[in-house]
Write a protein that binds this ligand. Structure first.
Ligand code: GRF
Length: 204
């Protein structure tokens, strides 16, 4: 079986990254995580990557004249590891035209809400303030917008009356850690069919 090569872009904690690595190391996995790239030097996710024995790079946007040049650099890192699929996991930047065109249809993101509700920052806080009774997480293809690309899969969680942002985030995060590796496996199994905004997942 050909193994798919995954690169993870992150800016922070890296718990989804670690969950993806765990899944990649389980029996029967169809992908490997080749590298982690962070736009932030102090991202705990980079230290996690090094502990897990995965090449970890800090790509500093401030060292480049513009976003295109920064993304060209990121693309070179990804190409060096023969990246097939780019997974954003807490990557706090909009993806620009350079990355989007180089990896067209091959960039995923996970968002801690049931899109299209509550895109952008502080999704869990937005959900709580709105008073929804159900929230969850979404894995979607990335386009030029903020959390606007075609939705691949979602998992729901209940919102409790006494939830804080912390308790709700934790409940959602547990589902994120299951959903993201599953979607990546479906991608490499060739089961995702995209028709416009609609993504179908064919049966095993
Ligand atoms: C997750 O909640 C993810 O859905 C959002 O950013 C957070 C990243 O967490 N995009 P982690 O860095 O994976 O722990």
């Amino acid at each position: 079986m050909k193994m798919g090569n995954v690169a993870v872009l992150l800016s922070g904690r890296g718990s989804n990254f670690a969950a993806i690595v765990r899944a990649s190391r389980s029996a029967g996995a169809n992908f490997t995580v080749r590298l982690a790239v962070s736009d932030r030097k102090d991202a705990p996710g980079l230290a996690k990557a090094r502990r897990l024995g995965i090449p970890a790079f800090h790509a500093d946007p401030k060292q480049f004249p513009d976003k295109a040049a920064y993304e060209e650099h990121v693309c070179a890192l990804l190409a060096a590891e023969k990246t097939d699929l780019v997974c954003l996991a807490g990557y706090m930047r909009l993806v620009g035209p350079v990355l989007l065109s180089r990896f067209a249809g091959r960039i995923l993101n996970i968002h801690p809400a049931l899109l299209p509700s509550f895109p952008g920052l502080d999704a869990q806080g937005q959900a709580l303030r709105h008073g929804v009774k159900v929230s969850g997480c979404t894995v979607h293809f990335v386009d030029a917008g903020t959390d606007t690309g075609p939705i691949i899969a979602q998992r729901a969680v209940a919102v409790h009356g006494d939830d804080s942002e912390e308790t709700l985030s934790q409940r959602i995060l547990r589902q994120e850690h299951r959903l993201y590796p599953w979607v990546i496996a479906q991608f490499f199994a060739g089961r995702l069919q995209v028709r416009g905004r609609s993504v179908m997942i064919s049966d095993e």
